[in-house]
Design a protein around this ligand. Sequence first.
Ligand SMILES: *Cc1c(COP(=O)(O)O)cnc(C)c1O
Length: 370
Amino acid sequence: MKVPLLDLHAQYDPLMPQIRQALERVLTDHHYIMGPQVKELEDKMAAYLGIKHAIGCASGTDALVLAVKALGIGEGDEVLTTPFTFFATASSIWRNHATPRFADIDPRSFNLDPDKLEAAITPRTKAIMPVHLFGQSCDMTHIMEIAQKLGLAVIEDNAQGIGCTWNGRMSCSFGDIGTLSFFPSKNLGAMGDAGMCLTNSDELAAKLRQLRVHGENPKYYHKWVGLNSRLDTLQAAILNVKLDALAAWSKARRANAAFYNEHLADIPQIRTPFIAPEAVSIYNQYTLVCEDRDGLLQHLQAREIGCAIYYPLPLHLQECFASLGYRKGDFPIAEQLSGQVLSIPIYPELSLEQKQYVVDAIHAFYGGRN
Ligand SMILES: *Cc1c(COP(=O)(O)O)cnc(C)c1O
């Protein structure tokens, strides 16, 4: 048996007739830049998440770059975020000539710890950028309390969390701007790169729309230096078809997680994901904290079970950020977890036999050690 980390064949097979039809329409109209499918996706996504404005762009990374820019954050400003995330979270701050600053994470949820966050705020801090890692919302009650108390903006990096909730409220709806990625491995993936910003602010929405087309309005008049970052019409056509399946996919991921939780509970050498009582996760990843992680990784790979380390090196220790002056030991929880985490297959189309095979393989690895 083979269990890939993600199976795009299984995901696309049932949808291909509809996707081909949607693409055919774009290929007939030749409206490749900002075609009607982009607005259709923005409207559908705004309705799905219950947020007033959705602004499509070229990637999840660009969505973050645009969000930082729209809030007027730049040279001399600091943005506080987590070191335990994908690189783009911090690079979006850097690329706006602002300074990424980090605070350590909660060891159970892997998300920013609000207490440590508050301690890391300086007079230069302009915004907080929480990341809803692996599909679970951060503690947005406390993060919003801190932000409101200190007058800070909040950008939710929701690349991994589309549709996750905190106290019943959708991610992306707490902060000033929320961002999505439609990278193929995200819960809603395009057939290439695409992303989106969400906001309830009319003013920020107008600015984001302008910034994604070179800061231009009216045509050939530029108030700001923006990006060339539109969401491709072909990708929007694909995403319009796939969005209809998203809620069912998230439910299937939760059912898979429940199976693993039950069948891995008796292994003392691993810890299954902790989901806060306030949170409903969409499980972009199902991430174990393991004893002898690298041994387990090799054992699973030898049995053709896809697995991956998200993330092996926290961002404060990345070579490109050396000038920020962080050292090993600054964020011990993120550093320790980077040596212990392992994500295993959780995609919606997993069969019962595949899940059982994964569970048996993990039992076999630790079984000989008790
Ligand atoms: C995927 C991801 C991004 C970047 O999205 P792209 O669409 O790949 O540019 C940003 N932040 C996080 C947390 C991500 O997982």
